[in-house]
Design a protein around this ligand. Structure first.
Ligand code: 6R9
Length: 635
């Protein structure tokens, strides 16, 4: 579908619109009349809408009420309900036609491949569940997962869920110090890890990091360490603490009972990605999270029995939790998990995975998409990507330029691209298009049915369409977190008291005349230039729309006259050297370009060329660090 209007690539002026192909509408799970009905039901009876979503899953006991709102903001969904997410993600498939369907396709970086049907996954999970129980892990005890993207990681998440032990995932890129803090913080009885894994052609010695992290943790934590043999290299096994996963599982039964959990018992803790300061442990429970993950995966990702979903996010992030593991398994889909570096051995690795397994959905992050863009369209072009039917993005503003690139070069200009806005705290996608939606490149679409999102000013009053303001959620939603571990006051203060009675997401956004949201960046990263509020995302989108800009990060610098002016850090496309006589000429061109795209509002003090930009471990640009380097700010 060709764009119907406009050509400019900046958020403020973006006007292109993409309509779904007729076949997409015909085949969609949620057709336009279903969507209209969903909005009508959610509008008329918010709780009835979510109750209907909950009825699509199996429960040991149904709820006494849909929502307990007696102690806000500690909303509790489905009080009185009993069940377990592992029952719905795993056990129930063993009694359904999905039993012998592929649940998981895993590819190692070296090209090795392992596949698990639901039945096989079920048996493996039960063995680990039995082994964990044997190690004394019971309901409510935490299990820390310091795991690379391997099948046992999915097994470990489900096994912990099955026995009612909340998992605390620590992404395998974190340091020994970060692991130690999280083990201490959670008092995890058991740590599950691997000897190592492969990334970027190198073996990463994960167990060595565990050995460095654990001495000095509080005595009741990390009594046992379960080690998956992935690389088989020599590691130091400390008796009696360290146990090989495979040795443990060998004696275990492939059947294990599933703990019947109360609705709000914790399923996992996950520390937020840290783009806004000290990590906080966000806690999610069994019932509400399950309903949100299942419902959004089925409706937004429009999942069908034939789908093969490739989520590039590591299982250790919320995206991996919700749309790499739980959402897909709750709906009986097949997921692809890839161990290694996305560019290894060359930039067509992800297209090659899509081609070889026939992936139908590709869900990635802007940082990854921009990286692929830098290498050029020849890599996706080399591969047959015709099995794809949906594309998705999450984690940062994608920007129209990267949107168009992914749409064209991965989706062949025919796959809807769903830019989904959500957070660790929200647990599930909140603002997102659906395959039948009219798409606007750079926008995350409308709030999903059952989600009351709005853009407001500091007093909580809605702003005019087109105006920037704070993104808030006005009604509770099922996958909302239970809170921050051990810090109810902090949870209230950070999310519910900034604007009383509303969930404060910490993002700045704009909503246009059609109700489409445009995320402008984090609230603490918005520039205020002579009284005009400009999102860092907007200036970055304008910069990356330039053909010689690969990546850009923008921060504000104090200015006596304007209050604040912008400074850009740009990773240039190597082609600039041939196109401009010197760096000054390129600098002048980029300033003129931003002026052309966004107007004279954005006063740019300087543009600094860099080879790379600082990122969080989850790949988000760390503007905070750039500011610190620039201004010597702390924190
Ligand atoms: C799922 C996830 C949450 C923050 C969020 C926002 C940014 C997420 C986005 C997006 C623009 C999108 N964010 N999705 N910004 N467009 N589609 O990433 O969770 O790691 O907790 O980060 O990420 O700033 O507030 P989390």
């Amino acid at each position: 579908m060709p764009p119907t209007t406009g050509t400019l690539d900046a958020l403020l002026v973006e006007q292109r619109v993409f309509r779904p192909a007729p076949a997409t509408v015909i085949e969609a799970n949620i057709k336009p009349h279903d969507l209209a009905e969903a909005y009508a039901l959610a509008g008329a009876d918010h709780l009835a809408f979510w109750e209907k979503a909950a009825l699509e899953l199996e429960w040991r006991r149904k709820w006494d009420a849909v929502l307990d709102a007696s102690n806000p903001p500690l909303y509790r969904w489905f009080p009185g309900a009993q069940g377990n997410i592992a029952h719905n993600a795993l056990d129930r498939h063993v009694h359904a036609w999905t039993k012998n369907k592929l649940a998981l396709i895993w590819e190692g970086e070296a090209g090795d491949c392992r596949k698990f049907t639901y039945f096989e996954l079920y048996r493996e999970v039960n063995r680990l569940a039995g082994a964990l129980r044997g190690l004394g892990v019971g309901r409510g005890d935490r299990v820390c997962l310091y795991m690379p993207p391997i099948p046992e990681t999915v097994v470990a998440m489900l096994a912990a869920a099955k026995i009612g032990a909340p998992h605390v995932f620590v992404f395998a890129g974190y340091s020994a110090k970060a692991l130690r803090e999280r083990v201490n913080d959670s008092r995890a009885k058991v740590v599950i890890t691997a000897d190592g894994f492969y990334r970027g052609g190198r073996m990463i010695d994960l167990k060595a990091v565990v050995d460095e992290a654990l001495p000095g943790v509080r005595p009741e934590a990390a009594e046992s360490v379960v080690v998956v043999r992935r690389t088989g290299h020599d590691i130091d096994m400390q008796e009696p603490r360290d146990l090989y996963y495979h040795d443990l599982l060998r004696q275990e039964s492939p059947e294990a009972p599933t703990e019947v959990m109360e609705a709000d018992e914790p399923l996992f803790w996950l520390h937020t990605s840290g783009s806004t300061g000290k990590p906080k442990a966000v806690v999610h429970g069994h019932a509400g999270y399950m309903v949100g993950a299942h419902h959004t995966f089925r409706t937004v990702f429009d999942v069908k029995p034939t789908d093969i979903h490739f989520c590039t996010a590591d299982p250790g992030w919320i995206t991996g939790h919700t749309y790499g593991v739980y959402g897909p398994l709750l709906t009986g889909a097949t997921v692809i998990l890839y161990e290694g570096h996305p560019l290894y051995p060359q930039a067509d690795r992800l297209p090659s995975i899509i081609e070889r397994y026939g992936a139908t959905i590709f869900y990635a992050t802007p940082t990854l998409i921009r990286m692929l863009m830098r290498y050029g369209p020849q890599y996706p072009k080399k591969r047959d990507l015709s099995t794809l039917r949906l594309l998705g993005s999450v984690g940062e503003p994608l920007g129209p330029e990267a949107w168009m690139w992914l749409y064209k070069h991965f989706g062949g200009s025919k796959c809807p691209l769903l830019d989904t806005w959500w957070q660790t705290e929200t647990g599930m996608a909140m603002i997102a298009p659906m395959p039948i939606s009219v798409l606007k490149p750079g926008s995350v679409g409308k709030a999903l049915p059952g989600i009351e999102a709005e853009v407001v000013d500091q007093a909580g009053a809605p702003v005019e369409p087109g105006q920037g303001g704070y993104l808030v959620i006005k009604k509770p939603w099922p996958a909302m977190c239970l809170g921050l571990e051990g810090d109810p006051a902090g949870y209230r203060a950070a999310y519910w008291e900034r604007i009383p009675g509303m969930y404060f997401a910490g993002d700045v956004a704009r909503r246009d005349e059609d109700g489409y949201f445009w995320i402008q960046g984090r609230a603490d990263e918005v520039l205020n230039i002579a009284g005009h509020r400009v999102g860092t995302a907007e200036v970055e989108a304008a910069l990356t729309a330039h053909r010689f800009v690969a990546e850009a990060a923008v921060i504000g610098l104090p200015d006596k006259i304007k209050g604040e002016v912008a400074k850009a850090f740009v990773v240039p496309d190597p082609g600039w050297i041939a196109a401009f006589p010197d760096a000054d000429a390129f600098d002048a061109e980029l300033r003129a370009h931003v002026r052309r795209e966004l107007g004279p509002i954005v006063v740019m003090r300087s543009v600094e060329l860099r080879d790379t930009l600082p990122k969080t471990t989850s790949g988000k640009i760390l503007r905070r660090q750039l500011r610190k380097e620039e201004l010597g700010e702390v924190g």
